[in-house]
Design a protein around this ligand. Sequence first.
Ligand SMILES: [Zn+2]
Length: 528
Amino acid sequence: MEKSRAIQKLRGHRYLIGSVLISLLFVIAPVVGRRPAQAKDECPVRVTLLDVNDVYQFTPIDGGTRGGLARILTLRKQIMKESPNTLYLLAGDTISPSVESNTYKGKQMIDAWNLSGLDYATFGNHEFDFGPDVLKSRIAESNFKWLAANVVDKRTGKTFADTPEFVVREFDGVKIGFFGIVVQETLLTSRPGPNVDILDPCATAERVIPKIHAVGAKVIIALTHETIAEDKQLARCSGVDAIIGGHEHTLLQSVAGHAPIVKMDADARELGRVDLHISKRTGELESIDMQVIPVTQQIADDPAFIVLDRKYGELMRTLAVPVGRTAVELDVRSANVRTKETNMADFIADALRHAVGAEVALVNGGSIRADNVFQPSMLTKREVLSMLPFNSRIVKLQVTGATIKAALEHGVATAAEEVQPGRFPQVSGMTYSFDARRKPGDRVLSINVNGKPLDFSQTYTLATTNYLTVEHGDGYDMLGTNYLLRPEQGPVDSEVLLKAIAAAQVIAPKIDSRIKRIDTAASPERCN
Ligand SMILES: [Zn+2]
């Protein structure tokens, strides 16, 4: 209620100007032969936007209880009967990462979106994970339009893959403009290649919005994939009418400038609905209604999705095979595995250490994915693989105690500075404590290996992955090259995890305080 009142108030002055124009039209209309406005013209035009974001699988999630694009298609068709002017939007992140994408590189999602009748999508950071050429292939396969006004090809200065800078849609005589914005951090966290640049969102809006106005659209929607803080800034600097966003994997509803900003949870657990009421006479936005629709198992699948079962069903069925059971909740939320110990990160680090018979193990939190809490139940192969989707190989190294200290210091060196540092060290065979309020490089307060304080001059055997060693991922170069088991000889991490769960049949990992964080993970300096 607060939000709609605020919007009405902010719109008030425009409405007044609109009324003056309407009065003028009444005077002019008979002169130019136009019929005076009828009473029914008073009704604003309703345009419905349906939105999801960060959707990595088209099948349901959470043991089948939530999500599923076949259910959303059922909802979309129902809504279109009641509100024919409906557009379906995806606010980025769908091609990667997922278990299926290891095989199909996101093609399975494009097939699902084409079936869904998606209208527009913006790129998420993960759209570039397989490089710009794979993304171009996915764009070519899409029956919907991709929008990303701030993603440009450095060689031409034009938008990447010649995607439109904006689109304008007309419904019952009113026009709405849409443009897409992608988080600039993609340049560092994904693989857009040397020819792609991602420009400042506000500067981009400043470039694009006058062009949208020039073709007669007064209502402007930004379809974005960036942090909520960046969305709020965009709302303030651009004056857009609404932001449909993604990236956080969290249900968020905010207002900044005069624009509501909406984001759903990941994997289509909800469908967002935004009804825009636009004046027929002025083309201005009069009001907005918003709704969050839970996507549950009570909603039937649309039968159109059967073709996907024929195409991808075999892989899906292989992945649906139960591997073992968890008796407890398994915490693999990114916000946790990248900032502190969790029970499943412990289990994974233990499995990797045991697989190669090392004294200690170090795994970067960023390699543990799924970003979920698995409830006590059977675990499918898909669910287990989703926790380690990169298929890294385990290596075994001989290192000194001093190296272990340096590696842990490096691992926590951005614990206060970054929100979710991928380098954060999950460990096995050792315990450590740290205080991220201290200076980077001097944060680790104690380290114990096998119950004894770390001896800097002693050598230890360490299990880790090829990502942190040969691929120089996350900057752990201090680990060196003193291999006892080289990457080409080492087992694949996800296979090790599958075997560990299958061997145990039932797992119930507990946090055993191997990592003690003295400060709290939440950084109070961060502002929205
Ligand atoms: Zn994202």
